[in-house]
Design a protein around this ligand. Structure first.
Ligand code: F6R
Length: 610
C-alpha cells in the first residue's frame, strides 16, 4: 500500500516522478505528492486526490511537470493508515533538514511522538510518517548513514523510506524493512520505487533492495551498503515483460485487459512446467525430495489468493489423501498453528509482499516447516523468504481486483498437486499424463468462455440496482463462490455472500426473497442433482437465479432466469472457466454502476500493512 518513487539524474525529475506515480497509483490513491530540489532548496507539492489532481496542482502553481529545473526528487501516492485524507497528511513530510516519503506503518509512533514532543518537536499532521521525519531530523548532524542507523534502532514496524536531506542536493537515501523497494540505474539516472512498473520505462534490470540496507542514489551510480556503511553488491534481476504489459493496451480498464490475458498467463505458467507430458519443476529447482515425509499441508494467504488455496486444498486432498488446511494469513500467527518439520506450508501471493502472508511464512519457517510459495512478483519478500518458489507467470497485475493472478495460482496448485501425487506414487504415470492434457485443454476452453462477454454484460445490467446477492455452490463450486463474492463486492459495492448450497436452509434462506439474485454454480457432476435441489429451494422463494453449468448438463428453464453454459471440461477444471464468468460479472456490474473498476474505494493493491 502506498507507492513511492525517487529519482536523481540527468532529466527532468518531475516528469519521471509523475509518470512513476501514475504507474504506481494502484497501490493507493487517497492523495499524492512530490518533493524536489530546485534553486538550492527542497520544494514540496501535495494534495488529496489522485495523481491527476497533483498534476493539476503543479500546473496551477505554474510549475510544469516537465520543468527542467529539477533533476532530483521523491514522490508518493497514499493509502491512508494513520490520519485522515487531508493535504497536510499527504506525503512528503518535512522536518528541519529532512524531507521523506514512507510506505508502511510505524507501530511505535505514539511512543516516539511523546519523546519528540518533550524535545519541542511538534508534528503538524496526524501521520506516523511525520514522526519518522522528526526523529530523523533530531538525529541528523550531517552524517546521513549514522542518523538512519540510529533511527532504525528506534523505529518499530514496516517501512520503505526515500529521504532527501536539505544539505545534500541531488542525493536520495532509501531503506526498507518489509515494505517493498526496487532500484535500477539507467542512462537517465538512478531510480527507486515500490514496484518495477515505475522502473520498466528505464530498465529491465533491477535489484530488490535487501531489508535493513541503505541505498544511496546519485546521478551517476547507486551505492548499496549495510547499516554500518559496508558496501554490498546488489543482486541484479531481469524482468521479461515490458511497458506494454503494464498499460491498458486498448482496453478501457486494466481489469478487463487482465481478464482477457488469462489464456496467455496460463500458457506462460503451465507450458514450461510440462516436460515429457508430466508436471516438472526442474527449472524451478523444486526437487521431489520436498515431498518426502510430508504428512500435512497448510495453505496460507489472504483474500483472492486464499480463495485459490481453497480450490488447491480440494485437489491436494483428493490426490494425496493427506490433511490439507487453508488458513487466513492474518489469523495464522495468533492461532499457535500446529506445524512441524513434516508440514509443507504453501503461501500464495500475487504481490509477494502481503504483510500477513509474509509473517505467516516466517513463523512457519521458525517452526521448522518446509515452505513453498506461489508468487507472481520475482524477487519479492515472500519469494525470498521461502525455501522454494513457484512463480505464476501472469505478468504485472495492475487492477486492484485480482483476476489473472488467481487462475495462474490455480494452475500452479494443480501442477503441484499432480507432481506431488506422481512423485509419491499416488498417481500412475499414464493418469498423470492424462491430467496434464486436461490442464492444457483449459486454455482453449477459457478462450471460448471469454467470448460470453455479451450475455454477462446483459445480466450485469439487471444486477446494478440490487443490494444483496448470493453465490452458492458445492465442493469446488463453493470454493469458487467465495472468490465470486469477493470480486463482486470489492468493485461493485453490492453486498454479497458465498454459501455452501446445502447450508442456506440452516439460516440464510430467510434472506432470499423475491428478486434477490443468486448465482448458482453447478459445474460438478457428482453433486449436480443435489445442487439442482438447492436451486429449486431458492427459486421457490422467487430468487433471480443465474445458473452456471458445463455444456451437456441439463437444466429445466423453470429453475433459472439466466443460464450460462461453459465449454465441456472435466469437473476438476471447471473452476478456471467459471472464475472468468464471475470476474466478468463483477466487472460489468461495477461498470454499469458507474464505479471506478480498477481502483475501488478504500482498497489498494499489495497490502503491506498488517
Ligand atoms: C482481491 C484481491 C485481494 C488480494 C489479497 C492478497 O481481488 O486482490 O484479496 O488477493 O490482498 O494479495 P496478494 O496476492 O498480493 O498477497
Amino acid at each position: 500500500m502506498c507507492g513511492i518513487i525517487g529519482f536523481t539524474g540527468y532529466t527532468e525529475a518531475k516528469k519521471v516522478l509523475i509518470d512513476g506515480l501514475t504507474a504506481l497509483e494502484y497501490r493507493g490513491y487517497d492523495s499524492a505528492g512530490i518533493a524536489f530540489y530546485e534553486g538550492g532548496s527542497i520544494n514540496t507539492i501535495k494534495t488529496t486526490g489522485k495523481v491527476a489532481a497533483l498534476t493539476d496542482k503543479i500546473a496551477a502553481l505554474n510549475t510544469s511537470a516537465e520543468d527542467t529545473g529539477s533533476t532530483c526528487g521523491i514522490g508518493h501516492t497514499r493509502w491512508a493508515t494513520h490520519g485522515g485524507v487531508t493535504d497536510t497528511n499527504a506525503h512528503p513530510h518535512t522536518a528541519g533538514k529532512v524531507t521523506l516519503i514512507h510506505n508502511g506503518i510505524i507501530e511505535n509512533y505514539r511512543e516516539l511522538e511523546i519523546r519528540l514532543k518533550e524535545e519541542g518537536r511538534i508534528p503538524i499532521s496526524q501521520t506516523d510518517t511525520e514522526i519518522a521525519a522528526l526523529l530523523l531530523d533530531s538525529l541528523y548532524e550531517g552524517d546521513a548513514l549514522k542518523a538512519i542507523k540510529q533511527a532504525v534502532e528506534l523505529i518499530e514496524g514496516a517501512y520503505a523510506f526515500c529521504i532527501l536531506f536539505a544539505d545534500q542536493p541531488e542525493v536520495i537515501y532509501s531503506l526498507r524493512n518489509s515494505s517493498p523497494l526496487v532500484a535500477c540505474h539507467a542512462k537517465e539516472g538512478s531510480i527507486i520505487a515500490s514496484d518495477m512498473v515505475a522502473l520498466i520505462d528505464y530498465s529491465k534490470d533491477y535489484f530488490v533492495v535487501p531489508e535493513m540496507h541503505v541505498v544511496i542514489l546519485k546521478k551517476d551510480k547507486i551505492i548499496l551498503t549495510d547499516l554500518d556503511g559496508n558496501l554490498v553488491c546488489p543482486r541484479i534481476l531481469h524482468v521479461n515483460w515490458d511497458m506494454t504489459a503494464a498499460k491498458k493496451g486498448g482496453y478501457p480498464h486494466f481489469m478487463l485487459k487482465e481478464i482477457h490475458e488469462q489464456p496467455d498467463s496460463l500458457r506462460n505458467t503451465i507450458l514450461p512446467r510440462i516436460q515429457n507430458k508430466l508436471p516438472d519443476f526442474t527449472a524451478d529447482a523444486i526437487p521431489d525430495s520436498l515431498f518426502d515425509g510430508i504428512t500435512r499441508i497448510v495453505i496460507t494467504a489472504c483474500g483472492t489468493a486464499m480463495h485459490a488455496g481453497l480450490i488447491g486444498r480440494v485437489m491436494l486432498e483428493k490426490l494425496l489423501r493427506l490433511p490439507v488446511t487453508v488458513e487466513v494469513a492474518s489469523e495464522f500467527r495468533y492461532q499457535d498453528p500446529i506445524i512441524d518439520k513434516n508440514t509443507l506450508v504453501i503461501t500464495i501471493s500475487q504481490s509477494g509482499e502481503t504483510a500477513d502472508t509474509l509473517a505467516a511464512l516466517k513463523l512457519s519457517r521458525e517452526r521448522g516447516a518446509s515452505t513453498l510459495s506461489i508468487v507472481n512478483v520475482k524477487g519479492s519478500s515472500i519469494a525470498r523468504e521461502s525455501d522454494y518458489v513457484l512463480y505464476t507467470h501472469a505478468g504485472p497485475e495492475i487492477a486492484v481486483a485480482s483476476t489473472k493472478a488467481y487462475t495462474a495460482q490455480l494452475a500452479c496448485l494443480y501442477l503441484l498437486a499432480f507432481r506431488f501425487a506422481y512423485a509419491t506414487g499416488k498417481l500412475e504415470k499414464e493418469a498423470c499424463m492424462e491430467e496434464m492434457q486436461q490442464l492444457l485443454n483449459v486454455i482453449p476452453a477459457l478462450e471460448e468462455t471469454l467470448s460470453q462477454d455479451k450475455i454477462i454484460e446483459e445480466i450485469s445490467r439487471q444486477l446494478k440496482e440490487k443490494e444483496d446477492l448470493f453465490f452458492i455452490g458445492r465442493g469446488l463450486d463453493y470454493a469458487l463462490s467465495c472468490e465470486g463474492s469477493i470480486k463482486l463486492k470489492e468493485i461493485s459495492y453490492i453486498h454479497s455472500e458465498a454459501y455452501a448450497a446445502g447450508e442456506l436452509k440452516h439460516g440464510t434462506l430467510s434472506l432470499v426473497t423475491e428478486g434477490v439474485p443468486v448465482v448458482a454454480l453447478a459445474t460438478q457432476q457428482k453433486v449436480y442433482a443435489k445442487m439442482i435441489s438447492n436451486i429449486r429451494e431458492v427459486k421457490a422463494r422467487d430468487a433471480f437465479v443465474i445458473l452456471i453449468t458445463i455444456s451437456g448438463q441439463k437444466a429445466e428453464p423453470s429453475i433459472y432466469d439466466y443460464h450460462i453454459v461453459l465449454p465441456e471440461i472435466k469437473d476438476e477444471y471447471a473452476p478456471f472457466l467459471a472464475a472468468v464468468i464471475l470476474q466478468l460479472l463483477a466487472y460489468y456490474t461495477s461498470l454499469h454502476r458507474g464505479l471506478n473498476v480498477d481502483q475501488p474505494r478504500n482498497l489498494a493493491k499489495s497490502v503491506t500493512v498488517e
